[in-house]
Each structure stands twice: as C-alpha cells, then as structure tokens.
Design a protein. Sequence first.
Length: 218
Amino acid sequence: MHHIKIKGADETYAVGKIVCLGRNYLDHIRELGNKVPDRAVIFCKPASSLISDGGTIRIPEYSDNCHHELELALLVGKTGKNITTDKALSYLAGYGVALDLTLRDLQDELKSKGMPWEIAKGFDTSCPLSDFVPADSVTNPNNIQLTLKINGQVRQQGTTAQMMRSVEEIIAEVSTFYTLEPGDIILTGTPAGVSRIQSGDQLEGTIEQVGTLRATVA
C-alpha cells in the first residue's frame, strides 16, 4: 500500500483512488488535435502506478511512444460528495507535483477502435508523485507556474491560470461522480508541450509554491 506524506506533518495518508482530469488546458487540447469537451474528461489510475520522488520510470515493451504530462496534484483530506465550489478547497489536505505518463501510441490505437484507454495511462510507474505541501501553504492554486525540464531543457511551461476548470470546479465536478475520501488524489491536467521520453532521460518537474519532482527513465 502506498502512503502520502505532507511536509512538516506527522500524519500520512494511505492512497485511495487516483482521479485524473484530461483536456483541461486548451493549448494541450489543440496540440493533440482533440475536441474541446463539453464536460470534464475523467479517468483513473491505480495506486500501483505510483512511484515516489527520485524513482525510475519503466516504459512497457509494448509501447514506443511514452509522453510526459506535468500536473498539479490535489490530496483529499476529508470525505465529501456533491461538493460545492465555495467549499471545495476546504476538502484538500495538500498539493503535490505529479507526472501523468501516457503511452500515446497505445492510447491512439484504443481511441481509434472506440475502446477505453485506461491501460495507456495506468501502467506501473506511470504516476511519479512528490511529497505534498500543506494546502494552506499555497496562496492561490489557480495561478501558479508549472515547468518540466528533460535533461536540463524546458519541455513544458505554463500556469494553472490557463486551466479551463479551476481547482474548485474540478473538485466539485469529480465529487458528483465519486465520493472523495481521505487519501484520494486528483490530477488536474497538463499544459502544452508534451513529448516523447526515452531511456536515460532525466525529468524534473517544478510547480511554484509546491516543490520539485525528479524521475529517471530506465
């Protein structure tokens, strides 16, 4: 079982479900040629996809096109269902840095056949995740910068102000489909700039006020 730490606190959270939001940055939608969705595109990753800061990414042999996606991660701190936007932030225990790794070739194949594509998102090591900072240490989660470097070169750079749905709106919408429980993690989408990673790459993702996540591709 995976556990989440909050910096400066003794309490840990056993990881529950990992709920991910797709197509939440307009430039990312455009770079992949996708349609702008009428409602949130939601999928889940299993807890077995997690690796901690400094961990090793292992791309499955059945894929030759794994993409990086840097995302702000939300840690749920208390149980809630049908949460309203005005109370949404009170349900969070912390913020973290995450990578939503995607087997783009497998995803494209499954999408073309009209089949679910969770297996392109949920493979082992597909969710590198940092420790979390307390929720009250982030002044405004809807206006913080995200930067991903690979081998020292910037690949992704954006701000959560570019999100189509705010953090509050994401929490509210997800809670209409799933009861949120302590230890659940929500990934909020990625800005433009996604690209292929390969063996030997060193990834470093930084989110303002939250921290830095590092991982290496095996």
